[in-house]
Design a protein around this ligand. Structure first.
Ligand SMILES: C[S@@+](CC[C@H](N)C(=O)[O-])C[C@H]1O[C@@H](n2cnc3c(N)ncnc32)[C@H](O)[C@@H]1O
Length: 203
């Protein structure tokens, strides 16, 4: 066993998996999906994720769409249900989460979503939509590196929506994104239940 502490963003969580079923509504459908210990929010839809799914504008109906930090898959599965003609990518570093997300897509016969590690997404793919409940707890430096890697890959007309808890630095993150030389602007789309939805696009 590794000496690293076990996090929801560990590559291979040490906690016994202990799979369980959760009933959730995604894309207007009541679904029974599988979660497990060692992944983010295994007992229910995370409240921030709910705010994003309710508050973000419609995803692009076509093109490549990204869920950055997909966990067991609720955001990517919603994108795939709502945009059946698009190609959805769910990326994560937690391999247990990726296995669960793949099993969940299979169980509801969704074929337009691929769950994989970040390096498996071809470098030339550009995204029409990025939705993310980003991993704030990885620390500022790692979070900034993650956003620097993916946000500049928005298509010219693409839009990203990120949900961030107000108490976990949403306002300073908004300023930081806007100050980067990526040719992107970042504004606050809405605020609900202590969360902000940040919108990122090209001016
Ligand atoms: C706040 S959780 C959100 C999970 C899921 N999207 C949800 O809404 O329940 C953030 C996710 O980002 C993942 N993550 C952490 N570092 C990452 C990285 N460098 N690249 C991709 N995903 C990462 C974590 O493993 C975790 O599953």
């Amino acid at each position: 066993m590794s000496d690293e502490p076990d996090h929801y963003f560990s590559a291979d969580p040490a906690a016994p998996e202990q799979r369980r079923q959760v009933r959730v509504i995604l894309g207007g459908r009541l679904l029974t999906l599988t979660t497990a210990r060692g992944v983010y929010s295994p007992g229910r839809l995370d409240p921030g994720t709910v705010v994003l799914l309710r508050g973000a504008p419609d995803p692009s109906p076509v093109g490549d769409l990204l869920d950055l930090g997909c966990g067991w898959g609720p955001i990517a599965l919603t994108l795939a249900l709502r945009s059946p003609a698009a190609r959805v990518w769910g990326v994560d570093v937690n391999r247990r989460a990726l296995d669960l997300a793949r099993d969940n897509a299979r169980s509801i016969e969704l074929h337009n979503v691929r769950f994989c590690e970040p390096d498996e997404v071809p470098a030339d793919v550009r995204f029409a939509t990025i939705w993310s409940n980003p991993p704030i707890h990885v620390g500022k430096q790692a979070l900034h590196a993650l956003l620097e890697r993916w946000l500049p890959r928005l298509e010219p007309q693409g839009r990203a929506h990120l949900v961030v808890q107000r108490h976990l630095g949403s306002d300073s993150l908004q300023k930081w994104i806007g100050a980067q030389d990526w040719g992107l602007t970042c504004s606050r789309l809405s605020s609900a239940k202590g969360f902000r939805i940040l919108e990122v696009n090209r001016p």
